[in-house]
Design a protein around this ligand. Structure first.
Ligand code: ARG
Length: 412
């Protein structure tokens, strides 16, 4: 099929994607700007008008908040996903959704191209392109910011020359991406891993030293591995995450400062604010400890780690992800219960847990006299469990490394 000049662009309203509209238009493309609302905040309508002013043919605004939480964040929560033990993957989880929506819009309007504003150094280009390709394999992808040869200053000059308003002035200190699940902050002074993040890097969380003076408790209720209520209050997924972001943020919970390994082989210093995510991930894995059988729990931890890597590396739409998801979903059937947490000065920790499906048996666990655990059975268990070790231990002083003393003559 002959190619047309229609291109669906993932548009954020920021400097890069605004300049992309003009740049593509100048090259003869018709730009259709797609804005995906994953709870990043800001005035998206106004940003849409700006896109039209710059030269976009059409702007589409998709409210994807509900889908983002239910179909991307909740599955990740069920897998306790934290990249390299810390990052809750807020940015990484939004990209497959954006890629999918780009592809379906391109298919709907018959566009031959999809474009995004990611650079060549990050993970987002990979995530968006793989997700788009998984849904529209024949649509060609353009990445102007990766391909054009403009420095930041040249880009600003280009914007000025073409009358593109840039509220991101030369002073804007960080590169920020945010959605309901968290806020990712990089660049500027943060590029020196020795430098403590300045106060202005944060906006969702209080610094622990000025956080609320009084501690709080919160009960988090889970059903089927996902939270359904905070204390007595039943909440829809999007509302629950919003409310918890603000509750935990006031206590200074959810700040992450890390050096992470990007897919493209670069180590990068990243700051995250993820109050709701940090709390829910702690609560969810605590509940699993209570209700999942030991071997399942151990094995699941390996699957969870792989699932985190896979999300980070842009493999959301892949057969491996589908297979692991099926396993993870299956483990969540019994993950009901309530986790009680305490919040104080930058910390949120578990102080109580309850579940009808709890495998905790006080009669077995107690050190009190009335336990129904048969301690006499322990001796036989240890004899057999330790058999191999005992055999090795008896033999070890007599073993000869690197040679064999058999007289068959064949080993030499
Ligand atoms: N390093 C994180 C990731 O790859 C966050 C990237 C966020 N992008 C940004 N413009 N700050 O998922």
């Amino acid at each position: 099929m002959a190619k047309n000049k229609k291109v669906v662009l993932a548009y954020s309203g920021g400097l890069d994607t605004s300049v992309v509209i003009k740049w593509l238009t100048e090259k003869g493309y018709e730009v259709y700007a797609l804005m995906v609302d994953v709870g990043q905040g800001g005035d998206l309508k106004e940003a849409g008008n700006k896109a039209l002013k710059i030269g976009a043919k059409e702007v589409y605004l998709v409210d994807a908040k509900k889908e983002f939480i239910s179909d991307f964040v909740w599955p990740a929560l069920k897998a306790n996903t934290k990249y390299q033990g810390k990052y809750a993957l807020a940015t990484a989880l939004s990209r497959p959704l954006i890629g999918k929506l780009l592809a379906s819009k391109a298919t709907e309007i018959g566009a031959s191209y999809i474009a995004h504003g990611s650079t060549g150094k990050g993970n987002d280009q990979v995530r968006i392109e793989l997700a788009a390709t998984a849904h529209a394999p024949d649509v060609e992808i353009l990445a102007p910011v990766r391909d054009w040869d403009m420095s930041r200053t040249q880009e600003l000059d280009y914007a000025k020359k073409h009358g593109i308003e840039v509220e991101a002035s030369k002073k804007k200190p960080y590169s920020i991406d945010q959605n309901l699940w968290g806020r990712s902050i990089e660049c500027g002074v943060l590029e020196d891993p020795w430098v403590e993040p300045p106060a202005d890097a944060f906006s969702w969380t209080k610094a622990p030293e000025v956080a609320k003076e009084k501690h709080d408790y919160l009960n988090i209720v889970f059903k089927g591995g996902v939270p359904t209520a905070l204390d007595e209050k039943k909440l829809a997924p999007v509302d629950l995450v919003k409310e918890l972001n603000s509750f935990a943020g006031k206590h200074g919970v959810g700040r992450i400062d890390m050096v992470e390994d990007r897919l493209v082989g670069i180590k990068s210093r990243e700051i995250y604010e993820q109050p709701a995510a940090s709390v829910l991930l702690t609560a969810h894995s605590e509940l699993e400890s209570l209700v999942l059988e030991k071997q399942l729990l151990n094995f699941k931890q390996m699957v969870d780690a792989e699932y985190s890597r896979l999300i980070y590396n842009g493999q959301w739409y892949s057969p491996l992800k589908d297979g692991l998801s099926a396993f993870i979903e299956n483990t969540q059937n019994l993950v009901h219960g309530t986790i009680r947490m305490k919040f104080y000065k930058g910390n949120a920790w578990v102080v109580g847990r309850f579940s009808d499906n709890s495998l905790y048996d006080k009669d077995l666990a107690t050190y009190g006299g009335d336990s129904n655990f048969d301690e006499s059975a322990a001796k036989g268990f240890i004899d057999i469990y330790g058999m191999g070790l005992k055999t090795w231990s008896k033999k070890k002083g007599k073993m000869k490394p690197g040679s064999c003393s058999c007289d068959q003559g064949e080993c030499k």
